[in-house]
Design a protein around this ligand. Structure first.
Ligand code: HEC
Length: 312
């Protein structure tokens, strides 16, 4: 009898412990599942559910352009996941992807020796882990670590200069990392295992849902409620899957100037959207930027890594 009680107590203690560990991401999991449910419902039958989800879209748009029956994994393709017109040119460009040379260059950068003889291999022994294991919450430093920040820290801790966090070499190296992660069939896998990680997630979430700028719009108004609608000549991409494919090659970035090869990091894209809101974006290594990215990545948990990619 005593033994039985002891065993039961031990079991209860164990369960309580397991519950506590899982607890830190309980709200995040609820948010994530609700988001998936929202997007699957929204794109199940856009024409039929127009009054709920697409009150501002035209008949032509709903009948001829927006696809229906989309499921979880489909959303990693941004606005090409639902736009028939966009998807055609996307598929054409993907046959000869313009970023292939960047992936090769990234691979060369990965093994190139620093002045001290070390290389990125010492910081990231497995390049495919680098593509999928970031961002993560560093439980010792109590802060979010992103891939872009980790790459620059690798450089500076080896006596090299940090790189521009938005384009150029960093984007090439990340293109190689993400290609490796895709080849290894990695998925987004962000963990929230402490109170502090949960708080970081919450602050990122608050940023995403806060209205700001002269239009007084939040990220969510465009990329959750607005996803699938048009803004000028762009369709708004769904929040779900927004981080699965970076860096991306953008036609717009490629045309910007001769020194710009068109490839950009997730931070570059996020900063662009903050600027469009009429705000000054936080620096790539600022707490706000890292926590926003952490939140965004969590919300795409379980999705396949699918980069690099192309966008308009
Ligand atoms: C006024 C509407 C608007 C707001 C507000 C907005 N964006 Fe965007 N965003 C766009 C448009 C337009 C694009 C380009 C088309 C697309 O991919 O959605 C875009 C693209 C993106 C992409 C690239 C998606 C992909 O698949 O390549 C990311 C990531 C992104 N936005 C993040 C954000 C974040 C984070 C915020 C808030 C800080 C934000 N956006 C606020 C309009 C908006």
């Amino acid at each position: 009898m005593l033994l039985k009680i002891a065993r039961t107590t031990a079991l209860v203690a164990l369960t309580a412990c397991a519950l506590n560990a899982a607890d830190f991401n309980a709200q995040a999991e609820k948010d994530r599942l609700a988001l998936i449910k929202y997007f699957e419902a929204k794109f199940e039958n856009p024409l039929k559910n127009r009054s709920t989800f697409f009150p501002y879209s035209t008949d032509d748009e709903l009948k001829n352009n927006i696809m229906s029956g989309l499921k979880f994994e489909d959303f990693s393709k941004g606005n090409y996941s639902f736009s028939k017109n966009g998807r055609m040119s996307y598929d054409e460009i993907k046959e000869f992807p313009p970023y292939e040379e960047f992936v090769e260059n990234g691979e060369a950068l990965y093994s190139k020796a620093f002045a001290n003889g070390k290389s990125f291999k010492d910081c990231f022994p497995d390049p495919s882990v680098a593509g999928s294991a970031y961002p993560y919450f560093d439980e010792k430093k109590k802060e979010v670590m992103t891939l872009t920040v980790a790459i620059n820290q690798c450089l500076t801790s080896n006596g090299e200069k940090a790189w521009n966090p938005k384009k150029g070499k960093i984007a090439h190296l990340e293109a190689y990392f993400v290609q490796e992660a895709q080849d290894a069939e990695k998925k987004i896998d962000v963990k929230i295992e402490s109170k502090e990680a949960e708080e970081a997630y919450n602050r990122g979430k608050e940023y995403y849902y806060t209205q700001r700028g002269y239009l007084n719009l939040s990220c969510a108004e465009c990329h959750v409620q607005g996803a699938g609608q048009r803004v000028r000549n762009e369709s708004l991409s769904p929040f779900l899957g927004q981080v699965t494919h970076f860096p991306v090659y953008r036609l717009k970035w490629g045309a910007a100037d001769a020194n710009n090869d068109g490839l950009g990091t997730l931070e570059r894209r996020m900063s662009g959207c903050v600027k469009d809101q009429g705000q000054v974006p936080p620096k790539y290594d600022a707490k706000e930027m890292k926590e926003l990215l952490f939140f965004m990545a969590y919300m795409s948990n379980g999705m396949k890594i699918d980069g690099p990619d192309i966008r308009k």
